[in-house]
Design a protein around this ligand. Structure first.
Ligand code: ADP
Length: 485
């Protein structure tokens, strides 16, 4: 099987969130299980020079975007047995950052078309193009609309993965001719028309052969009005082709036994060594160096999705507890400012590192005790999976992938790897944090048991990659798909 991942970000090249982690780690596991995977992504200016310097130019051609003829270079890098293709166009991608430009619609229309055009130029046709999120969501429809005349294209299947339904790629109607070069016949409610606009993600939901999302709970949630972002009815209509496959983490990158980014490596049998990492964090952040004070940590995009309104609502109550609190994140200015203010107000207890820092993230996963993730919705969530691996106990709201991976400690059975609450309610969250703090300071044996349960959980990609492989195989053989979720 030959699979091509079309994606807008991928570690280790560039990352804004979990999508990049998935694009970087899932192909490696698929490959381990015998599937040939290549990845195609834009060549951004911010990809570190150590990678940019190694890219080999393969070929170039012209891509037609409406009335424009745009240069498209394809550059290649082979790493870990995976071929990475980089789509080069200075006008669209030689800018800082990834998204948020006024012409994102044009940039990614170009990218979608470039992916499809590149196949013929490279003379390499995958069995399946696996597209991810709105940035690559026009590929399934473009493939059906414009490429069926050529046999090599007509047998290609498409899988579309929803990593976050909130970002849909909604553009004015004119885009259909001006950028996508598609016939206006495609502008129908059955295809991509949405509130008198064009919706890239809707187009993929309607046109791809299979749709997946990144956890079984999120799969169910997005078919309801509350979580469905106005696409719930369409998702219900495609229910038979919709799968929820939980993400894994790359255990070569995130593993306290082998992590070179942390000061002291440890495992659950040498858990006392974790304390050294906590000392380092307390020193680094000029917090009181005291092992017994629990550190609550958040590593996150600072947006409403992540439940920051709940945190803000009860923050003063939380600060009455004997805790230290550290947040690492960037995002909405209102939350950045809130945490800066709190740091100012609680100099003994609260620290806000406003920025994106991969190395610090590793050190915080290793050196803090509780990982707070009270999301309003959470397609999968990688933060809690990484935290579990580092014996950093998650306190989460029961939604999406958080609901599938964090099991609240149950005093009756003695089972659980974290703490959770159901309703999107600040006081429920506070109550749950207090419950966790109680076990941390008063029931140390139980706490150690919870830490062990967290660390021994298998959140690697092995099982999930197996499910993707099943899905691919059954799609290619056209037999009925039975993916065990
Ligand atoms: P999302 O994809 O919605 O942002 P996830 O939990 O799925 O959330 O993935 C977030 C990923 O980004 C995790 O690997 C997390 O550690 C990382 N991350 C988030 N914010 C930061 C930051 N400010 N600095 C470093 N890493 C971050």
């Amino acid at each position: 099987m030959k699979i091509l991942f079309a994606v807008s970000e991928c570690v280790p090249f560039i990352k804004s969130g979990g999508l990049a982690d998935v694009a970087g780690s899932l192909p490696k596991e698929l490959k381990k299980q015998g599937t040939e995977v290549s990845v195609i992504m834009p060549k951004y200016k911010d990809i570190p020079e150590i990678f940019l310097g190694k890219l080999k130019k393969k070929l170039d051609f012209t891509v037609q975007i409406g009335w424009r003829k745009q240069y498209c270079g394809i550059e290649v890098l082979k790493m870990d047995g995976i071929t990475f293709y980089f789509v080069d166009n200075e006008y669209y991608f030689n800018r800082s950052g990834l998204y948020g430009y006024i012409d994102d619609g044009e940039r990614f229309s170009f990218f979608n078309r470039a992916v499809l055009e590149s196949l013929a130029h490279l003379n390499e046709y995958p069995d399946i193009i696996h597209c991810h999120d709105w940035h690559t969501a026009m590929i399934p429809l473009l493939l059906k609309a414009d490429y069926q005349w050529k046999q090599e294209y007509s047998s290609i299947k498409t899988v579309f993965t929803i990593h976050n339904l909130q970002f849909q790629g909604i553009m004015p109607k004119g885009v259909i001719g001006d950028l996508l070069s598609l016939d206006y016949d495609y502008l129908t409610v059955q295809n991509m028309e949405f509130d008198d606009n064009i919706n890239f993600m809707k187009s993929a939901i309607m046109s791809s052969d299979k749709i997946t999302t990144v956890s079984p709970t999120y799969k169910n949630e997005i078919q309801t009005e509350y979580y469905g972002e106005k696409l719930n009815n369409l998702l219900v209509s495609r229910n038979e082709d919709l799968y929820g496959i939980i993400n894994g983490i790359d255990e070569l990158t995130y593993n306290p036994k082998t992590d070179d980014e942390i000061i002291q490596k440890y495992s659950y049998t040498t858990i006392e060594k974790k304390y050294k990492n906590k000392q380092v964090i307390q020193k680094k952040f000029a917090l009181k160096e005291d092992k017994s004070i629990p550190i609550i940590c958040m590593i996150t995009r600072l947006t409403k999705q992540k439940g920051l309104e709940l945190v803000r609502h009860v923050f003063h109550d939380l600060m009455k507890e004997d805790v230290q609190f550290i947040v690492l994140g960037t995002g909405d200015p209102e939350f950045e400012q809130f945490f800066r203010d709190m740091e100012h107000q609680y100099p003994e207890k609260c620290r806000a590192y406003i920025g994106f820092d991969e190395k610090l993230a590793h050190q915080l996963y290793a050196g803090t005790d509780l990982f707070l993730m009270p999301s309003k919705f959470e397609p999968c969530g990688l933060g809690q999976l990484i935290a579990l691996k580092y014996g950093n106990i998650p306190v989460v709201r029961e939604t999406g992938g958080l609901n599938d991976t964090v099991f609240s400690y149950d005093d009756r059975t003695g089972l659980g790897n974290g703490f959770s609450f159901t309703n999107f309610n600040a006081h429920d969250m506070l109550y749950t944090i207090r419950r966790a703090l109680y076990f941390y300071s008063k029931e140390k044996d139980i706490w150690q048991h919870i830490v062990k349960s967290a660390m021994i959980m298998d959140n690697s990609w092995a099982q999930s990659a197996f499910k993707y492989n099943q899905l691919y195989a059954e799609l290619i053989s056209r037999s009925e798909t039975h993916v065990y979720e």
